[in-house]
Ligand binder design. Structure first.
Ligand code: ZN
Ligand code: ZN
Length: 152
């Protein structure tokens, strides 16, 4: 059986990637790092194994990308488009996983994320540092889903 392929890109479209299959994790993250790096209350983050992540823009891929990491997480390399400045993915060398973000994944004509059945978030994580309460039915966790305390 073929795994579904999911595609994402930066704001200007110069940089793009694909991942396939089901994410290892799909959640709304309320951690302060996500809040500060994205200037957002929370973001939809998805983790995939390294083996299913591919850059899909023209080669050499690095030519269109800048990489950086924050001081407290040197094992995480974040990649952004040199043209529009949009961060599109981050690689964790400790776990060999890639993180991508829901807002940058392909949409249908009606604006819904393609592959929602497979990609939709299953939880709110790092919910203690939330900037607003979310009244949906997903579980609310102090850290990762199933590995921390459930508080909602
Ligand atoms: Zn761009
Ligand atoms: Zn986070």
């Amino acid at each position: 059986m073929d795994s579904p392929v999911h595609r994402g890109s930066c704001f200007c479209g110069n940089v793009s990637y694909s991942v396939s299959g089901s994410p290892i994790l799909s959640a709304y993250c309320h951690c302060t790092l996500c809040q500060r790096l994205n200037s957002a209350a929370f973001i939809h983050t998805l983790h995939f194994p390294s083996s299913v992540f591919k850059w899909t823009h023209s080669e050499p891929h690095e030519g269109l990308l800048d990489s950086f990491s924050v001081l407290t997480r040197p094992w995480k390399t974040r990649w952004r488009c040199k043209n529009c400045g949009c961060t599109v993915a981050s690689h964790n060398s400790k776990t060999d996983k890639w993180s991508v973000w829901g807002g940058q994944l392909e949409r249908d004509w009606d604006g819904k994320m393609k592959g929602w059945d497979v990609l939709q978030p299953t939880a709110h994580i790092f919910y203690e540092t939330r900037m607003l309460d979310v009244g949906d039915s997903l579980g609310k966790w102090t850290g990762y889903e199933g590995l921390s305390n459930r508080i909602g």
